[in-house]
Design a protein around this ligand. Structure first.
Ligand SMILES: [Zn+2]
Ligand SMILES: [Zn+2]
Length: 153
């Protein structure tokens, strides 16, 4: 895959920059995070492609139970969520999984039959307005094919 950078006017490789948080919230029993991932020119860091991941994950059971315990005694405490960190990884995966050979080994799939994916993992911290903060962190993950990214130039 070749990408021509409008800034340094060369064909360059792209690398994922730091994901940018768009929003982090609790919707009912779910955590929702929107995060923008951009791919940048490795030479000059010009942003060349972007996509927004809308991720969602159910609230952990311990958090739901904690909230319910407040509700049962009429306390108006709320669960809070905050964006902690995010990372992007990429991988190539065959479009169709290769069939194992008779001896059980898996044949290598030629590059041109593989799809390039970007995977984002966001970690959020949960708390409660009563002061409790020791809930376990939650990871939200999403993936998109590189071809699904929008061109910025
Ligand atoms: Zn460039
Ligand atoms: Zn609480």
């Amino acid at each position: 895959m070749s990408n021509r950078c409008p800034s340094c006017e060369k064909f360059v490789s792209l690398e994922a920059g730091d994901p940018e948080e768009q929003s982090t919230q609790i919707d009912g029993d779910d955590i929702s995070v929107s995060v923008r991932v951009h791919l940048d020119c490795v030479d000059c860091s010009e942003e060349m492609k972007e996509i927004t991941f809308d991720l969602s994950e159910p609230l952990p059971q311990e958090v739901i139970e904690h909230r319910t315990a407040h509700e049962e005694v009429g306390e108006e405490e709320e669960i809070t969520v905050s964006y902690d960190s995010a990372e992007v990884n990429d991988l190539y995966r065959p479009r169709t999984p290769p069939k194992p050979r008779k001896d059980g080994t898996i044949p290598r799939v030629p590059f041109r039959f593989q799809t390039h994916y970007y995977i984002v993992t966001v970690t959020v911290d949960l708390g409660c307005t009563c002061g409790k903060t020791d809930f376990e962190s939650v990871e939200l993950t999403g993936e998109e094919a590189a071809s699904a990214f929008d061109e910025l130039n």
